[in-house]
Design a protein around this ligand. Sequence first.
Ligand SMILES: [Ca+2]
Ligand SMILES: [Ca+2]
Length: 318
Amino acid sequence: MRTPTATTLLALVAGAAPALAQVRAYSINEGVNYLQTGEDSPPKSPINWTLNMELQTVVPGDAAATVVTFSGPRSPFALTFIPGQPFGLHRRFGGSYVTKAALDADFPPGPYTFTVSGGTIGVQADSLNVPLDVFPAVIPYLSGDSFTRLQSANATVPFTGAFPPFTIPSGADRGIVQLTISRGSGQPADLSLLLTPADSSFTIPPRTLDGNTSYILRLVYTAYLDFPARFPGGTASGRVAFVRATAVDFTTTCDADFNTDHTVNSTDVSDFINQWFNDLAEGTLTSDFDANGVVNSTDVSSFINVWFEESAGQICGG
Ligand SMILES: [Ca+2]
Ligand SMILES: [Ca+2]
């Protein structure tokens, strides 16, 4: 008989121990969405108000059903099991509302009790207390000249934009700023930045985006109320989130449109060469066309090749 080594014993123990069946997180997100369509002004009227509820268990099968009860006309509110996740995910979108008053009528402030049942952990319940309104006071938007410059952004050079900071509202525990850029709703993000409420600028690194391509930038301010150590045994973290999100549509210009006037022509070559000599003299990196951190002759040849590919006279973006 072989004697198990310490390593194999550890492996046996680890393999034999099932993942702890438990609720690990549950949340309610209230959101308001905006679209910025002009320079240096926050969007004045929301597109819509939304609400989402979610509960996660450590493994699928811990709970077969999740129902949320509260003092409102849409209670009881049954969440839907979302298959295909490594954990047990129960989620439901509460709908899109034109006004905050309409949202509050269906989902009023007060306690929301999440009850799980039908799985390995049996019937368990705990609640979240939803206050009336703990939204960040500031509506997210691209400030200064950021909006206009983004409309003709050249993806081969860094783009730095500005937005207003916000104060974590009274009653909230923390806040975050998220900035994502994708090719459309539901598409994976080409850029995803996690920032703080005190931040007021962001940078898109060169070559993160493609040239002559349409994108949606989403700037999201969230205030969180944390409810730690919830559910029997204190296994779950609860969270109520109040989210303001602003979308900005933009189209990058062609890679060879160096002066970002939406046309590729000989002026772009002369402007690029002038900048290239200037970078050599100053040690700057504006004409680092291949974004390798060095300005040298390869940047000129790469630029010229792309300039020929994006044939003269091509209209780009915008
Ligand atoms: Ca141009
Ligand atoms: Ca280079």
